[in-house]
Design a protein around this ligand. Sequence first.
Ligand code: SF4
Length: 953
Amino acid sequence: MSYTHKPTVIETIAEKLHLIPDLHTEGEGPAVKSAAVNGEQVNCPPPDQWDNWVEYDSKSWPERKSKEYMIIPTACFNCEAGCGLLAYVDKESMTMRKLVGNPYHPASRGRNCAKGPATLNQIEDTDRVLYPMKRSGKRGGGKWDRVSWDSVLDDIAGRMRKAIQEGRNNEISYHVGRPGHEGFMEWVLRAWNVDGHNSHTNVCSSGARFGYAIWEGLDRPSPDYTNAKFMLLVSAHLESGHYFNPHAQRIVEARMKGAKLAVLDPRLSNTASMSDYWMPSFPGSEPAILLAMAKVLLDEGIYNRDYLENWVNWKEYLQQDYQGSPVTFENFIEALKKEYSAYTPEYAEKESGVKAAMIVEVARKIGEAGTQFATHVWRSASSGNLGGWAVSRTLHFLNVLTGSVGTPGGTSPSAWNKFHPDVHAKPKPQTFWNTLQLPDEYPLAHFELSFLLPHFLKEGRGKLDVYFTRVFNPVWTYPDGFSWIEALEDESKIALHAALTPTWSETAYFADYVLPMGHSAERHDLISYETHAGKWIAFRQPVLRVAHAKMGHPVEYTWQANTGEVWEEDEFWIELTWRIDPDGSLGIKQYCMSPYRPGEKITIEEYYRYIFERVPGLPEKAAKEGLTALEYMQKYGAFEVETNVYKVNERAVSPADMQDSAVDQYTGLITKNGKSIGVQVAGIPCTGFPTPSRKQEFYSQTMVDWKWPEYRLPAYIKSHVHQEIMNRSKGEFALVPTFRLPVLIHSRSGNAKWLAEIAHRNPVWMNASDAKSLGFEDGDLIRVNTDIGFFINRAWVTEGIRPGVVACSHHIGRWRREQDPAANRWSTNRVQIKREGGGKWKMRVEESIEPYESSDPDSTRIFWSDGGVHQNITFPVHPDPISGMHCWHQKVRIEKAHEEDRYGDVFVDTERSHQIYKEWLAMTRPAPGPDGLRRPLWMGRPFRPDEKTFYIS
Ligand code: SF4
């Protein structure tokens, strides 16, 4: 490396005496040249030297021993942000030695959080699953045999072929924890004609998504922080929110330019501590605050008339709610003022505990920021509360009022900043609708009700013949994990469970096959996310496979280059799909054909080559360097497709599309062949938003049509953990269990030693005043009673949480049993689980974390012993009747631990859990809706099946 600063006298002498390497003389030895990226200087080896980069070996110090590396770009998989990574491969040992940020990635721009570099730990984990394993003995019994990939593929493919031949397509399910490979599974599942996609969205973001979708048809926000003047977050974005590293660096940029930040969070998160306004609200009261802010904007006239008049369906609102009154904009504003007159800042203070004066001050700042007002909600309030979707709906209301939708410094719909690839095969939409995933009780759910699967199976709504879990650990991550164990153990309900996973997990222990899949640097993926006002793609690639090819030893399959026989999903699905239909008679095989070699099976390179050749601008950019589009992506790992993406709704409908179209003179709606294609605004035919009105829907006829007229407008819904149902004298609190620790990843960081070393406890946060009134000291053992059981944890007494609320992070409390393979030992307690009959389950920690012997000397240096407490397993399911979101927050009763209680103890009653499921189910207003529909046709649905399946026949 070379340093640019002037050496001190001591450095110069030390270099001359070779006590330290000469870091300052250019031309001698390897030198890091600074590279310019978007006009910024970054310290990174220049790409033309990535195939042959030399660095000194730090461990050989003081000897100056150089090492030759290849630097290969890939993308992180440790959260959804998909930041760029550069992997350093030692040419001598052909192993990865480190992973650092890739400055050529448009979202992360060379920066990573701790979890990116820690990918190396996951790859080198001595406990990881290296070969396909098949259970022997009873399911969950802990006995495993190593098997070949061939036998796995033949067995599963044969079973699937039979199910498809017999029309049991709905008995095949693919349940994904951490999604990735954009567009890949749409292709695969449609090729199988299986409506089998089941996601984790309903324990993550269904609530927030629904609130956005009901406004604008698109379901997530994409703030342009960099250009914002005021930012309002209902999340902890500077440490762990969605896309947090790409977002956090832009929030910081905006603040450095003078922008202000407000944070709604009952907990003093790192983000709240960095904010200008921390508003520690009672959980679920956020919409009351947001509507009070809306009222300030309306009363003080600091709204954006132009945007409201042109882009909101206010005429529809007046026509429906004020029949007979003149439909004028002035009347609309008067109606708004009347509608929200009760949401005074004082009322919001009473509901939330946030001072009215602060609410008013923040509202005025929002009004001042105008179109440069950026917002985001991720998990937190929208995923914690009954009616949590009202949080995003009322938050977005502020963007609409200020006209900051899709503007520089404002907030765009996510889809504008996300690239969708064009894949080589386009099978027809599935002809099945799987009610085990989207049942008729939840016609508006966003999306599948995957966390209710054990209850659906228990009720006999169906069964599964082949159940894939992919990077997915519901036993541990989901609520009500013991109900999951009961379902997974029952072979009459789930005939075959194949867990595709990079590491052993609480769910994999109950599989029939455990199939080792690669971490980020061991697999292909195409990723694109809404991190800023641009559009980009990144290429996750299996680093060692690429390295072998560069060294002249290409492999046919990724598992041949990875450690052990660790494979990757993409190739696995191609091989499996090919074997389901070996003779082509099912019509599946045709979708696996190479677009370049007719009649031959597609290769993974061809799959990505086809996509990259169709990314606008990429082939041209690659050609300038004499590369193909695929070679460009292999070289740089990322490409920015578009920059400065704003006001997409104002893009004109093409003249060709306008031909033979009709324009409604009153609403401006442009239709063609019975479908809306745009909206006329100020005389211009615009594409608008994918809603029935093609505008922002302040008034939702959909909510009226689907039996929820009381929520036709943005509203406040009182949470199931509202403060008025808490009896503090009985120790009742709202428990916030949703917050992330910045260095951990749900259940996938358990085998990352650097991360486990930093964070390995999850005590219960409790305000000092609450602790005092209950007689607790910091560190006291407490029993936290939920509606179906309890967990025993320690109190952490702090001023960093508002009184009346307690909080406990997930991520921690991982476990394994005596019979399970010893895995994730940096983070797992060894527990005993007892099934006591009648749905009663007990878990007790028998051995906490300890040093152990392995080929990694660090395993003998473990200094921590506290593995935390598994809280999620004590939560009943709480499906929101509209969005389908699991409402995570719990009403808990806290008491001193009983004499027999030990730290980490868990008790659960799954029969009680099933009763609670039924209580929440009873809150739904099931389909059919208008025309016998299961779901509104205009609303998004993942892996959308054929339109005919939308009708309940
Ligand atoms: S934010 Fe961290 S964990 Fe997430 S993709 Fe980026 S580096 Fe990986």
